[in-house]
Design a protein around this ligand. Sequence first.
Ligand code: SF4
Length: 461
Amino acid sequence: MTSDRTAPARRFYIKTYGCQMNLRDSDSAAALLIEHGWTPADGEADADLVILNTCSVRDQAERKAVGKLGFLGKLKRERPWMIFGIMGCMAQNRGAELLKSIRHLDFVIGTGQIHRIPEVVDEVEENRVKRACLEHGSATDHGIDAHRFDGAESPHSAFVSIMRGCSRYCSYCIVPFVRGPEISRPMDSILAECRMLAEHGVPEIFLLGQNVSAYGLDNTAPPPDDAPSPFACLLRAIAEIDGVRRIRFTSPHPAYFTQALIDAFTQTEKVCKYVHLPLQSGSNRILKLMNRPYDTAKYLSIADRMKERCPEMSFSTDVIVGFPTETEADFQATRELMDRVGFDNAYIFKYSPRSGTRSAQTMPDDVPQEVKEERNQILLADLERRAGDANRKLIGRTFELLVEGPSKRNAARWSGRTDTFKQAVFTPDPENPVESGDFVRVKIVRATPTTLYGKLVADEA
Ligand code: SF4
């Protein structure tokens, strides 16, 4: 292959689709490439290496990535030395087929092989061969703990992966097929990573996993409510680290949310009083079809016990509307349960069958699209009303914010998060400039369903 390459430095660009796990994997891949002499580029047009970190959770996410890959073919015609790769769930799921069918695709890296990216890129560059690395990895592979300290990762909060994969096999979900079974990282390795981040001045640790409440219980059935919880031990151990001031996590599974975890959550001050607890449906019949091994009584009992200990506790959730056979009564049960818990936020999805999953193979997608849309809109309206009411009750109260940076809508204002993950904006004091990662206190003067507006309480800052 001829090469017109003139740029002295090898530059890479990673485009990320999907969830926080993918964002973490992209940062980790970038840190490894930088360690191996690569330099970040601002975009694909000035990169020598472009990697798409892909998502398979929805068809649409896959279609976007495939469309982008097609567009990248044009770039390769103009700049033939460029190297293109894909990583993430779609790479794991369809990598071998895509590597064959897309001429300009040079490599595919599965979800467990991120640590091999620099080696694979070197090999493609030197020998101009196509490469696929799709084996499921271990939880200790080098790279899972790699971070960038070049300003690209947030200085106020860092994601830490505590486990890989998922063994729950919810009937609608493709994740267990593409990310493999649950494998927890050793606690020592996670604590070392958290200490390193705290030493770099990162005050908030955000723990990630598909089912974090099953940390340390890999591939086991849901435990009884009085069972010990390795995840609770992990939370308590991270809270001991000097410099860590806030701990968040996503996502726990209700079936693994034991009393020991509720105790650790509510007794450990550094663990933020906000939980994203996926509900999926408020109908026990639908939960069973979804292969979600809990019922609404269990879910409510978790929420009630948390609120009893911490009345300020804030909740968010995931809900699917229009799951096969969902009736109006099932939907109303979801609506009522959401009201009862009082979610501040929810990610509402209209069911669409994902090929390879149990629901796609065995259940008819029989709820009409317009009914799914209508149910989606009803839940969104409920949510907005509820969040508006809850936020207005906070006017006049003072909260500590972890400062994230200038507000996206108005750079004269800055934005931060309360312990309960509510976003609040404030105007900084020019005499005392703030930085991302600082803590400030603000008094709330105005509220919308999504944002609190506050004034700095200068003397307490
Ligand atoms: S718990 Fe269920 S929904 Fe979540 S990743 Fe695992 S299989 Fe998917």
